[in-house]
Design a protein around this ligand. Structure first.
Ligand SMILES: [Zn+2]
Length: 297
């Protein structure tokens, strides 16, 4: 797991202060730089960035808006502390002057940066489950365009991609926008890696005599992939059970037991108080009477 941009900028300012060079890069400035490079490495524009890189060595130019760019590990390793002609020899004149032009524009505080980048992104295969980061790394548009479509601030997305918690409403808007740009259905069930701020217990999930399997899945606070791993049930099987397809009694029991754990629903869940489960070789479940035997936790 990567660190938050706040901590990343702070750590680099501390480094600069210790060696007595300028340490003025703000979180907002750094996040804008990330958005400008679309979360990609400033040198190769082909890999997502891994580190905050000082274009000129930190000892010379410090941690400032005109000296900090995102870089992948590979380019960061190649670059070392080289400057000037040595840098051009490694990356080529075009790359170095492109970055220099960008940094000059940032220093001049030009409201609209003149340097726009064409990034090369891999295409996203059709899969059962996607990680947020692979979606962002394969975006067919710029991060900033996605954020506009979702009506969220880019800082929210930059925060989410390193595992930071975001509001439930922002997650919904983000998933909606991602579904549009990738032209496939992306939702809480098939996208992992988005952490949300709080998990308010919805009205429907108050303690009650019986629960429908559908509502248990609809309100699930963790991805189904994770639920499957915890219950030792194949993710595809979990999805089939969710969709009312027949499944073995023992498998369903394992799943319900896991859903009843304290960090999920924190109550006793079993075939006695969950409806809508389709058990292989048996008649479809229905609640038997008004008095279920299971006790609510
Ligand atoms: Zn790179």
């Amino acid at each position: 797991m990567s660190i938050s941009e706040h901590l990343r900028a702070q750590a680099q300012r501390s480094r600069a202060r210790i060696i007595n060079t300028p340490a003025t890069l703000t979180l907002e400035q750094w996040e804008q730089t990330l958005v400008d490079f679309d979360g990609m490495c400033a040198y190769c524009l082909a890999r997502p960035f891994d580190v905050l890189e000082h274009f000129q060595p930190i000892a010379i130019a410090g941690t400032t808006i005109k000296n900090c760019i995102p870089a992948c590990y590979k380019c960061n390793h190649k670059k070392r502390d080289y400057m000037g002609d040595k840098l051009i020899a490694i990356f080529g004149m075009e790359v170095i002057s492109r970055i220099q032009t960008y940094l000059d524009a940032r220093e001049a505080a030009t409201p609209d940066y003149p340097v726009r980048f064409k990034v090369q992104r891999p295409t996203l295969q059709i899969k059962e489950v996607y990680a947020l980061n692979e979606l962002i790394d394969s975006l067919p548009c710029k991060i900033v365009a996605l954020c506009e479509k979702a009506s969220i601030d880019p800082s929210v997305l930059l925060h989410a991609r390193v595992g930071g918690r975001i509001q439930q409403g922002n997650r919904a808007k983000l998933l909606e926008a991602l579904s549009q740009v990738f032209e496939r259905s992306l939702n809480e069930q098939n996208v992992t890696g988005i952490n949300i701020v709080s998990l308010p217990q919805p009205e429907t999930m108050q303690d009650k005599p019986s629960y429908s399997l559908r509502e248990l899945f609809d309100n699930l606070p963790i991805p189904i992939k994770q639920l499957g791993e915890r219950a030792h049930v194949n993710e595809v099987t979990v999805a089939r059970i969710r969709d009312g397809k027949p499944a073995r009694r023992s498998t369903v029991n394992r799943l319900l037991r896991e859903m009843g754990k304290p960090d999920i629903y924190d109550r006793s869940l079993s075939l006695a108080n969950v409806t809508g489960v389709n058990i292989q070789g048996e008649k479809q479940d229905s609640p038997n009477g008004d008095e279920p035997s299971a006790d609510a936790a």
